[in-house]
Write a protein that binds this ligand. Structure first.
Ligand SMILES: [Zn+2]
Length: 248
């Protein structure tokens, strides 16, 4: 029983042109959202990725200094598959990302630089979906990204960004979208984009091999988005929770 089905979701509006995705780890976007990214970039929208760590603690069989290079390269390759050429990495420590002003400032800096009208991140909730425990880096990055939508617009938050780096406020972020929420509000029909999504996820080949268990990206994405599709009334959908940023 899909708990989303009883709520139903609306198709996500597409009257925007620039989206910055902010995630904790290489691969966070490829477990579903990359199919939606493929759809958006094919429609001419700009999408950029900001990855807060290098995922260096994510490969049990590889020491962090080597893992970070592997995972960085895999992320850049997987982004290119779905039409994303702008990928930035911060250097927060994998597994130990701290929510706070430093992280908010690092994200705000890139929001001001890239002037998006949408942000995308993983859910800030304690769980992915209904029951699966979320990961602390995801929660920290999500909270800081939700905050950055407003921090970017406020001249008096992180004034050094304008004074020292010439990054003037950007008030154009109208909504933040989160992936993996147990209470999704919107969906993206990715029926025609599953293949691109699977190819993007396959780029994380060394990482996926390090997990030490069989994993088929195409099957995984097909099954996950089929569940999302039920809530939207299409064969395959990526579900998102949308937070609007209009001032109250
Ligand atoms: Zn992750």
């Amino acid at each position: 029983m899909d708990p989303n089905a009883e709520h139903g979701v609306e198709p996500l509006d597409e009257d925007w042109s620039r989206l910055l995705a902010v995630v904790a780890h290489p691969d966070d976007l490829e477990y579903g959202a990359a199919s939606a990214v493929a759809r958006w970039t094919a429609a001419g929208k700009w999408v950029g990725y900001l990855v807060v760590t290098h995922g260096e603690a994510g490969m049990a069989d590889t020491v962090p200094r080597e893992a970070r290079e592997i995972r960085r390269a895999e992320q850049v390759a997987s982004a290119a598959v779905v039409g994303v050429r702008d990928v930035w990495f911060l250097d927060h420590p994998d597994g130990l990302v701290e929510y706070g002003p430093a992280l908010r400032r690092d994200i705000t800096r890139v929001v001001r630089r890239t002037a998006p009208d949408r942000l995308l991140t993983a859910t800030e909730r304690l769980t992915f979906g209904a029951r699966q425990l979320n990961q602390p880096d995801h929660r920290a990055v999500a909270l800081a990204t939700l905050d950055a939508a407003k921090d970017a617009a406020n001249r008096w938050i992180f004034p050094e960004l304008a004074a020292d780096e010439g990054l003037e406020p950007h008030a154009g972020v109208r909504a933040v979208l989160t992936m993996g929420s147990g209470a999704p509000t919107h969906g993206v029909d990715v029926t025609d984009w599953l293949d691109a999504g699977a190819r993007s996820l396959r780029c994380h080949a060394r990482y996926l091999a390090s997990l030490g268990r069989p994993f088929d990206p195409a099957v995984f994405l097909r099954d996950m988005t089929a569940a999302g599709g039920l809530a939207m009334g299409v064969p395959h959908a990526v579900l998102l929770e949308r937070f609007d940023t209009a001032s109250v």
